[in-house]
Design a protein around this ligand. Structure first.
Ligand code: GLP
Length: 262
């Protein structure tokens, strides 16, 4: 795993954008894995800047979101479909026809999960998956004890996740759905590259458990340890609980030129 400690959240966003841009410049029709929440916003802002300046064209890419709530009122602005449209599709100049989000309003949710897996497969698989991490170690909505081999499926949100996400629902815990559809850990691990971004001290314990702790379904983010091409971009605060902080800095300081991105 490549662990990069950066001075602040803006640098994390810029570094994530540089890595995604490198993938798309090499493959203009790349398949992007998008995530929601506050963590990826800096990356989206930095990508939008590159697009605005004419340094990057994302219009030929496809995109798949990680997850979606189940049980929200139709047209809810809190849905991840609405969030992705507002924060990614528009600002990044993606083709809305090729931006996919699991259908949390489907009459047959299990069929919707299978259909999502099929669509990812038919698109050729995800080239680079952007990830955040929950304070309980989840990635996507794969809550602790999620199978390391899981595929897209229906999950019940953990009480801590519902509390963390209540801020997106005006602080009203009762308004946060109980269920969701999420890509599984097995689905996420199929992406060719993983790019996890985390900012702030609230994420420090989850990051340390995912990166340095034992591989465990109790910390779904630790599944990244199984991936051959996983990068973790952290600000100082999110990196503060890592035991090998100095080693990661030493590695970055001695990175061969051919390995540098951005
Ligand atoms: C959310 C999302 C995840 C996200 C995580 C962290 O609920 N399902 O994809 O990475 O929890 O959220 P945030 O970035 O807002 O802290």
């Amino acid at each position: 795993m490549e662990i990069v400690i950066l001075p602040d959240a803006a640098a994390v966003g810029a570094a994530a954008a540089a890595r995604i841009a490198a993938v798309v410049r090499a493959k203009p029709q790349a398949v992007l894995g998008l995530s929601t929440g506050s963590s990826p916003l800096g990356a989206y802002a930095a990508l939008a800047d590159l697009v605005r300046r004419g340094e990057l064209d994302l219009s030929r890419t496809s995109a798949f979101a990680l997850d979606e709530y189940v049980g929200l009122p139709l047209g809810s602005s809190q849905s991840y479909a609405a969030t992705i449209a507002a924060e990614a599709t528009g600002p990044l100049g993606l083709d809305p026809e090729r931006v996919h989000v699991p259908d949390g309003a489907a009459a047959d949710l299990e069929a919707a999960c299978e259909d999502y897996e099929r669509r990812i497969r038919e698109a050729g698989g995800v080239d680079v998956q952007l990830l955040g991490i929950g304070t309980n170690g989840h990635i996507g909505f794969n809550e602790p004890t999620s199978s390391l081999a899981s595929r897209t499926r229906i999950k019940t949100l953990a009480p801590r996740t519902r509390q963390d996400n209540a801020r997106f629902f005006g602080g009203d815990l009762d308004a946060v759905p109980l269920h969701c559809i999420t890509q599984g850990l097995g689905t996420i691990l199929d992406a060719r590259r993983l790019l996890l971004v985390a900012q702030g001290e609230a994420k420090a314990a989850a990051v340390a458990a995912a990166v340095e702790g034992p591989l465990s379904a109790m910390v779904p983010g630790s599944a990244m340890q199984l991936h051959r091409h996983a990068t973790v971009l952290l600000d100082e605060a999110a990196a503060s609980a890592l035991t090998l902080r100095d080693y990661y800095r030493f590695t970055a300081d001695h990175q061969p030129a051919w390995q540098r991105v951005g």
